[in-house]
Ligand binder design. Structure first.
Ligand code: ADP
Ligand code: MG
Ligand code: ZN
Length: 224
């Protein structure tokens, strides 16, 4: 094994196959005779308290932890540090998750984290931006948009639905659920009532920075 390991991040919306891919990576590592450890945040009890499970029923036993730091004492109980450490639902972990992953990489371990890169609002989710920035390898998966069903598999965002209607922007960031609350949707079909309009946001950027170099047709208020 090389002196340094690696950090891979598997991201994408719900139903894009992140958990399936994470379980596959661990399964293949085990066939190659490597020792593995799987973790998930205790908050995620959708299918099981002890397993990582995909939406299509593939399961693998995992350790549930409340915080990122808890991962280290659990690993210390192994006779030696496993070669592959896999973590699901990375977005639910505290900011300590990046340091824990990089410490394992420093010890030559292969670390694989799966998680939602963006929340139901379409904004970066929790510690995922740091993990993505530090990753040696990033895989962004997509799902079938459950509204337009485009066969090109275009869904990149989780759509939260409450009582059959899109959840508003001020709905809490974390709400654990599966198909009962979430769909996968493409950018055209994603709906977040009350979300600040991107042209309003860009106007704010331009007011703070008058010497902008944007082309005028992108800043014409009311256009597009
Ligand atoms: P994730 O961890 O990204 O939420 P999973 O690995 O748990 O995804 O589940 C992936 C599986 O979900 C697919 O293999 C497929 O059987 C199922 N699935 C359900 N809805 C969709 C969808 N809209 N697009 C793609 N796969 C879907
Ligand atoms: Mg999953
Ligand atoms: Zn769509």
């Amino acid at each position: 094994m090389p002196a340094k390991g690696s950090l891979s991040v598997i991201c994408g919306p719900m139903f894009s196959g992140k958990s399936r891919e994470l379980i596959r990576v661990v399964h293949i590592a085990e066939i190659a005779g490597q020792r593995t450890a799987l973790f998930k945040p205790r908050i995620d009890t959708r299918y099981s308290h002890t397993d990582i499970a995909s939406h299509d029923g593939i399961r693998k036993q995992a350790q549930s932890v409340d915080t990122a730091r808890e991962i280290l004492p659990v690993l210390a109980r192994h006779t030696s540090l496993p070669e592959v450490i896999a973590i699901d639902e990375g977005q639910f972990f505290d900011r300590g998750i990046t340091a824990v992953c990089l410490w394992l990489v420093d010890r030559g371990r292969r670390v694989v984290v799966a998680g939602l890169d963006r929340n139901f609002r379409g904004e970066p989710f929790g510690s995922m931006p740091e993990l993505l920035a530090c990753a040696d390898e990033v895989v962004k998966l997509r799902a079938v948009c459950m509204r337009c069903k485009d066969p090109r598999v275009t869904a990149v965002l989780p759509q939260r639905m409450i009582d059959g209607r899109p959840a508003p922007y001020d709905s809490p960031e974390v709400m654990v659920g599966g198909a009962d609350f979430y769909e996968a949707r493409c950018l055209d079909c994603h709906e977040v009532p009350g979300k600040p309009d991107i042209s309003t946001l860009v106007q704010g950027v331009l007011v703070d920075e008058p010497n902008h170099s944007f082309a005028p047709w992108t800043v014409n208020p009311g256009a597009g």
